[in-house]
Structure formats: structure tokens, C-alpha cells
Ligand binder design. Structure first.
Ligand code: NAG
Ligand code: NAG
Ligand code: NAG
Ligand code: NAG
Ligand code: NAG
Ligand code: NAG
Ligand code: NAG
Ligand code: NAG
Ligand code: NAG
Ligand code: NAG
Ligand code: NAG
Ligand code: NAG
Length: 441
């Protein structure tokens, strides 16, 4: 982008002083921008890297670090990018006067205090005030395995600490495409108007203290592809039409909240979905069929109160055979009962993670599970499974981690277990196996 040279900048100023108020107005706008930025600078109480040293009036503000302007006179501020600059302080409400602002990125700093009112920014598309710590990989496959959770240890990370509520007025910025407030301390509920923003593509509000829920009937928001509300205190039931109103959803992460009621059947209509995380909530009842989600690769329903028992409540599992990209699937710590259906063997041959730990599953492990030859992690621990395991175990030659602890499995440890040359963790305790584990393992 062409940055105005000091000489060019002089020109409109001269015109302004020479001609009068009408010709002046664009410059006036630029002046408002200058004062808004200076006001913002005033609110910064900590700037260890002296980033804002360049924010002084001996240089045009369009040349200040992190400031971007429109390419033409009167060079209105169109972008502010101060990501990862270790800045601390409150975000001045003067930013609400930068009416040409298109994107604002203050991620990975140490801002605190309330979000300013920004509803005059009718060109704002991208508002990023969250942390980047989990960005781009906030659905890691490790999250499917809570017991082995490995958060990167908090080191030199910075993240914002914004408090208070999400202003209703954010819902008036109809240009918004990206609202990224991940990992702050925002509380209160998500304003209803946010669910009516017509251009919203990414709504990422995870890891705050938000309460309330989603509207009981969602309007059609076909722009939305990524919805991340994980790690909050959100609850109530999901809107029954969620999957119909959000037809283009690709990522849905509602993990670690207190959502309750049934998983709406309409979710099975959001056919673009690739990643679903509803883990650690209070969902109950039967799981709806999701077989229309042909791109689904990650499905985490762990730690809820979902049910399946002897009769027809396992249809969802049969339906998942159509999800041929499925790589990770967890139903750990729910209320599943009865036998694991044979159709488990029809799941995607791409499946790498299958976790059914901590239910009340009984009967034998269907030998068809041996079809899932790409499995690297299999967790069937803490159930009531019985019988020998020799029919399938030797086929799962890619297993890295196998957990069968605390069941009633029996019979000899099959010699074919030595086929599992990739194993690094093997848990067989709390069963009635006889014999010894081959020394090669
Ligand atoms: C003003 O900013 C420029 C860089 O844009 C820098 O060279 C100069 O030292 C700054 N002046 C003061 C007084 O900080
Ligand atoms: C924002 O600034 C950071 C650090 O200076 C830079 O790496 C990044 O590319 C910038 N982002 C945009 C969209 O300009
Ligand atoms: C915004 O600009 C108006 C002038 O247009 C001014 O009166 C007001 O103080 C500014 N607000 C902030 C918060 O800077
Ligand atoms: C929004 O801004 C962030 C940070 O500058 C950037 O990483 C992201 O790609 C932007 N998203 C869109 C859709 O423009
Ligand atoms: C966030 O703010 C709280 C107090 O409001 C403070 O105790 C905490 O250290 C802050 N965290 C960060 C990462 O700045
Ligand atoms: C949000 O938290 C603040 C303290 O940071 C508290 O005073 C306020 O009552 C809370 N608001 C809601 C709606 O929970
Ligand atoms: C939702 O809106 C999109 C775009 O405006 C439209 O194509 C689609 O038919 C609408 N869907 C419903 C269910 O109204
Ligand atoms: C998620 O919620 C569970 C309780 O359901 C809690 O034990 C756990 O610490 C939470 N995880 C995180 C990362 O906060
Ligand atoms: C799924 O979509 C179809 C076609 O739009 C509709 O008839 C059906 O009612 C939807 N299912 C649910 C459970 O909403
Ligand atoms: C699956 O993803 C591909 C590529 O992103 C897309 O073209 C296709 O429409 C998706 N399938 C469905 C059923 O949405
Ligand atoms: C197993 O995964 C590999 C990639 O990791 C893939 O190339 C292969 O086709 C998969 N095997 C099956 C049986 O799908
Ligand atoms: C052991 O693995 C080989 C392929 O590596 C397979 O052919 C054989 O059937 C397996 N043995 C058993 C007992 O499953």
C-alpha cells in the first residue's frame, strides 16, 4: 500500500486552510482519526517493546507502526494491527470514531477492561481481540482424550483480559465477518443481535465466562462457517433448528459448557460440518443420525449423558458409516448400555481415534472392530465388556495406544498381540486375562 509522503500530506492541509470548511471535511475526518489514535495511545499503560514510540506527530499517523490507511486521500485509517506487541492498558472508546476501520487485530496483548462501543464502525469486518494460543488448531485431536490432555505449559504467552459483557451494539455492525474474542474474561450473555449479523463467517467466543444460551429459534445465518463457544458457562437447550439455520457450518465447538437437552436432529442437516465438539456438557437422550455429514472428520461427544441401549438407539452409529472421512470419534463417559453393534466395523477405514471409555457397554467386543485397521488409539476401558479378544486384536497393527482396563474381558492374552508393533501404551488391568504379555511388547 502506498504510504503518503509528508509532502503529499501537506497539500490537502494547505487546501484546507486556504479554501474553507467544505473542502476541509475529508481532512477533518483524517484529523478525527489522528485524535482517536492519540487518545488510544494515552490508554496504553505498558509498552515494553516501545511499539508506540513511533506514534508521534512528527510522522503522519498512516506511517505509525500497525496503522494502515486507505490508499487514497484523505487516508483514513482502515486497519489497526497490534497483534503480539505486549501492550497493556484499556482500549480507549475513541477507537469507535475510526469510522473507516475495516480490520482491527489486538490479539495476544494484555489489554484489560471493557470492550469499547464500536457500532459507528460500519465498515468493520474483522474484529480480533482474542488470544491466538489455540487459533487454527483449537480442535486438536488431543482434546478427544481428556485424560491425556496436554496443554502447552503457560510460558511467555500474552493474552487479553477484557472484562464486562459483549456490547449489544456489536450486533449493529452488519459488515462484521470475523468476531474473535477468544480467551478473555467476558461475562453475561451473547447478545441476540449477534445471531442476526448477515455476514458473520467466524464467531469465536471460546474461553470466557459467558452465560445464557443460544436463541431458542435461530434465524437463517447461512454465512456462518465456524462457531466456537467452548469453555464458557453457556447452557439451556440448543435451538432445535440449529442445523437448518446454519447450513454452511464447518466447525462447531460447544465443548465445556452446560448445554442440556437432546442434540437437535437438525444438526444432521448441516452437511458441510467437518468438526463437531459437544463434549463436557449435559446433553441427554438419543444421538441423532449424522450420516448426511459426509465430510465429518472429528466427532467428540464425550462426557455427556447420552444414551443408547439394547433396542434401536444405536442408529446413529449405523449412520456414521457414510462419514468416510471420520478420523476421530469419542463417546467416552456417557450412559451407553448394551452391546457394541457389529456396525462399528463399518466406520470409516480412516478412523484413527475411537474412544468409548467409561460407559456401561456389555457383551463382547465385536470382531468387526478389526476392520478399523487405521486405528492408532482405541479406548474401551471402564465398561462391562466380556469375552476373549483374540479374534480382532492382531489386525489392529497400527495401534499406538490400547486401553481395555476395568472390564470383564477374559481368556488368554492372544499371541497375535505381538502384531501390534507400534504400541507404546497398553492397559489390560482390571480384567480376567490369563497368561503373560509377550516380552516383545
Ligand atoms: C517518532 O517516530 C519516529 C519513527 O516513526 C522515530 O524515529 C522518532 O524517534 C519518534 N520521535 C519521538 C520523539 O519519539
Ligand atoms: C500484523 O502484524 C504482525 C506483526 O507485525 C504481522 O506478522 C502480521 O502479518 C500482520 N497481519 C496483517 C493482516 O497485516
Ligand atoms: C468522537 O468524535 C467526536 C467528534 O466527531 C467527539 O466529539 C468525541 O469526543 C469523539 N469520541 C471519542 C470517544 O473520542
Ligand atoms: C481476521 O484477522 C486475523 C488477524 O489479523 C487474521 O488472522 C484472519 O485471517 C482475518 N480473517 C479474515 C476472514 O479476514
Ligand atoms: C487478568 O486480570 C486479573 C484481574 O482482573 C488478574 O488477576 C490476572 O493476572 C490478569 N491476567 C492476565 C493474563 O493478564
Ligand atoms: C461480570 O463480572 C463483573 C466482575 O468482573 C461483575 O461485576 C458483573 O456483575 C458480571 N456480570 C454478569 C452479567 O455476570
Ligand atoms: C438462508 O439464506 C440463504 C442466503 O440468503 C438462502 O440461500 C437459503 O435458502 C436460506 N435458507 C433458509 C432455510 O431459509
Ligand atoms: C472442562 O470442564 C470440566 C468439567 O466438566 C473441568 O473439569 C475441566 O477443567 C474443564 N477444562 C478446562 C480446560 O477448563
Ligand atoms: C432436514 O432438512 C430437510 C430438508 O430441508 C427437512 O425437510 C427436515 O425437516 C430437516 N430435518 C430436521 C430434523 O430439521
Ligand atoms: C465436502 O467438502 C467439499 C470440499 O470442501 C465440498 O465441495 C462439498 O460440498 C462438501 N460436501 C458436502 C456434503 O457438503
Ligand atoms: C490409513 O491412513 C493412511 C494415511 O495415514 C491412508 O493412506 C490409508 O489409505 C488409510 N488406510 C485405510 C485402510 O484407509
Ligand atoms: C498379524 O498381522 C498381519 C499383517 O501384518 C496379518 O496378516 C495377520 O493376519 C495378523 N495376525 C492376526 C492373528 O491377526
Amino acid at each position: 500500500m502506498a504510504v503518503p509522503s509528508p509532502l503529499l500530506l501537506l497539500l490537502p492541509l494547505l487546501l484546507c486552510y486556504g479554501v474553507g470548511n467544505v473542502r476541509c471535511s475529508p481532512v477533518h475526518g483524517s484529523n478525527i482519526d489522528l485524535h482517536s489514535l492519540l487518545d488510544f495511545r494515552q490508554g496504553i499503560t505498558s509498552d515494553p517493546n516501545e511499539v508506540l514510540k513511533s506514534w508521534n506527530t512528527s510522522v503522519h499517523h498512516c506511517r505509525w507502526r500497525g496503522v494502515m490507511c486507505t490508499p487514497k486521500r484523505p487516508w483514513r485509517v482502515s486497519g489497526l494491527n497490534l497483534t503480539g506487541r505486549s501492550l497493556g492498558g484499556q482500549i480507549s472508546s475513541s477507537l469507535g470514531n475510526l469510522t473507516f476501520l475495516n480490520h482491527l487485530d489486538f490479539s495476544n496483548n494484555n489489554f484489560f477492561g471493557p470492550l469499547p462501543v464500536l457500532n459507528r464502525l460500519q465498515q468493520l469486518q474483522n474484529l480480533t481481540l482474542g488470544s491466538n494460543r489455540c487459533k487454527g488448531q483449537f480442535l486438536t485431536h488431543l482434546q478427544i482424550l481428556p485424560a491425556y490432555h496436554t496443554w502447552t505449559s503457560p510460558q511467555t504467552f500474552w493474552w487479553n483480559n477484557l472484562t464486562g459483557t459483549i456490547p449489544q451494539t456489536l450486533g449493529d455492525i452488519t459488515s462484521l465477518k470475523v468476531l474473535y474474542l477468544y480467551e478473555n474474561q467476558l461475562n453475561g450473555s451473547i447478545p441476540d443481535k449477534i445471531w442476526q449479523l448477515p455476514n458473520l463467517v467466524y464467531l469465536l467466543l471460546g474461553q470466557n465466562s459467558l452465560s445464557g444460551g443460544m436463541p431458542q429459534a435461530l434465524r437463517n445465518q447461512s454465512s456462518l462457517t465456524t462457531l466456537g463457544l467452548e469453555l464458557n458457562m453457556l447452557g439451556n437447550t440448543l435451538p432445535t433448528n440449529v442445523g437448518n439455520a446454519l447450513p454452511n457450518l464447518v466447525v462447531l465447538n460447544l465443548g465445556n459448557n452446560t448445554f442440556e437437552g437432546q442434540i437437535p436432529a437438525s444438526l444432521g442437516n448441516a452437511s458441510m460440518l467437518q468438526e463437531i465438539d459437544l463434549s463436557r456438557n449435559k446433553f441427554v437422550g438419543k444421538i441423532p443420525p449424522l450420516g448426511k455429514l459426509s465430510n465429518l472428520s472429528y466427532l467428540n461427544l464425550g462426557e455427556n449423558r447420552l444414551e443408547a441401549s439394547y433396542n434401536n438407539s444405536w442408529e446413529f452409529l449405523h449412520s456414521l458409516r457414510n462419514c468416510s472421512y471420520l478420523q476421530a470419534f469419542s463417546l467416552s463417559q456417557n450412559l451407553l448400555e448394551g452391546h457394541i453393534p457389529n456396525s462399528i466395523g463399518n466406520l470409516s477405514s480412516n478412523l484413527q481415534y475411537l474412544i468409548l471409555s467409561g460407559n456401561k457397554l456389555s457383551g463382547i467386543v465385536p470382531p468387526s472392530i478389526g476392520n478399523l485397521q487405521n486405528l492408532t488409539w482405541l479406548g474401551l476401558d471402564f465398561n462391562n465388556l466380556i469375552g476373549p479378544i483374540d479374534e480382532w486384536i492382531g489386525k489392529l497393527t497400527n495401534l499406538v495406544r490400547l486401553n481395555l482396563r476395568e472390564n470383564n474381558l477374559n481368556g488368554p492374552i492372544p499371541p497375535s498381540i505381538s502384531n501390534l508393533t507400534q504400541l507404546t501404551k497398553l492397559f489390560l488391568g482390571g480384567n480376567e486375562f490369563t497368561g503373560l504379555i509377550p516380552p516383545s511388547l
